[in-house]
Write a protein that binds this ligand. Structure first.
Ligand SMILES: [Zn+2]
Length: 261
């Protein structure tokens, strides 16, 4: 057998795989190694989830864990709880060297009332300010609130942004390119063509790959080792080699974390 001269390396830029049962996590780790997926950017959705992920990550070298509060979870808290919780998050950011912030953002599928949306906006704005203050990348959820999320990011002058599972219209795409924000796409692109045009219109250096695992696709629990399949589809749509897609992923990783992949 000839030696492999070039083994592409990959990152799963948005996953929750540390929420999966332990046996699925170890399977994900061994399959990731085989597939060349060398980093998992694990998002946390609320405080307890952050604590659990941080603990698990100590034994999982692939994982980098983000500190976040998902908009779907935010609406369960009342105003006083939100204030208390945000000061806890603030202290955590002062004392820990946290690699990135996420998951945060807006979700108007769950946030239906003005009061619920105001809570989400307050928390999201907090994370944007922290992202700027601590110079950390922020992973943003935008379900049913793409424009509102972009507007809030612009209003606060956000810089190091990853819009997760995102596909925008022409005007939004233009803004994102101007701001040099990164967008991530995942396994949905494998069998639904509605994101193809968005991928074609985005520069490769602003396109990251993710799985949002362990959520199921086609009835199968996903995991970060699916990334090379997503990469193949992106390579085909962009008319570039797998190697170029892999290099773009490494460059995005380096941009966000100031270290080589
Ligand atoms: Zn997520």
């Amino acid at each position: 057998m000839l030696p492999a001269f070039y083994m592409p390396k990959w990152v799963d830029f948005h996953t929750h795989i540390l929420d999966a049962p332990p046996n699925e996590q170890s399977l994900a780790a061994s399959q990731s190694k085989d597939a060349g997926v060398v980093k998992w950017l694990v998002n946390s959705v609320e405080w307890k989830n952050w604590i659990a992920h941080r603990e698990l990550a100590q034994k999982q070298p692939l994982a980098m864990v983000g500190l976040g509060w998902h908009p779907e979870q935010v609406i369960e808290a009342d105003k006083a709880q939100i204030l208390g919780q945000l000061s806890r998050y603030e202290q955590e950011l002062e004392k820990e060297d946290i690699p990135f912030l996420g998951e945060t953002g807006l979700d108007f599928l769950y946030g239906k009332t003005a009061a619920a949306r105001a809570k989400q906006e307050e928390v999201f704005a907090f994370f944007i300010r922290q992202s700027l203050g601590h110079r950390k990348m922020i992973e943003v959820h935008t379900r049913h609130a793409k424009q509102e999320s972009i507007d809030l990011l612009l209003k606060h002058g956000a810089e190091e942004v990853l819009l997760h599972w995102f596909a925008g219209n022409k005007k939004q795409t233009q803004t994102i390119i101007e701001q040099e924000w990164v967008c991530s796409v995942g396994p949905t692109i494998l069998n639904s063509p509605h994101v193809d045009h968005f991928i074609e219109s985005m520069p490769l250096e602003l396109l990251a790959l993710e799985t949002d695992s362990p959520i199921p696709f086609d009835g199968m629990a996903s995991n970060p080792s699916w990334i090379p399949r997503v990469a193949e589809k992106v390579a085909r749509l962009k008319g570039v080699s797998i190697r170029e897609v892999s290099k773009a992923q490494a460059a995005i990783f380096e941009r966000f974390f100031h270290q080589p992949l």
